[in-house]
Design a protein around this ligand. Structure first.
Ligand code: SF4
Length: 89
């Protein structure tokens, strides 16, 4: 029997045991920053006026009528803009 390959397998399993709690920890940390997630306008540099070249929320694929967005949380203006702007198809 090749003991070295068995050891590698066990080593990988050990690595996974270490990585998984780390990921769970990161997720939990994310859950704790709900205040930040509730208002991510700053993160996306949202503004209440159109962006470069007249880009605005109403022309963005993430815009949800009448004042919503699937990326930026809370109420947004159809005439607003943020750095996640992507042309509506
Ligand atoms: S992603 Fe940005 S630009 Fe697009 S609708 Fe949401 S807030 Fe507006």
């Amino acid at each position: 029997m090749d003991h070295s390959s068995k050891n590698v397998t066990r080593g990988d399993a050990l690595k996974q045991l270490i990585v998984l709690p780390a990921l769970a920890g990161m997720l939990a940390a994310g859950a704790f920053s709900t205040a930040e997630a509730a208002d991510n306008k700053k993160q996306f540099k949202y503004q209440d006026k159109p962006g470069p070249a007249g880009q605005k929320c109403s022309g963005c694929q993430f815009f949800k009528k009448p004042n919503g967005c699937s990326i930026v949380h809370g109420k947004i203006s159809p005439n607003g803009w943020c750095i996640a702007w992507a042309k509506k198809h």
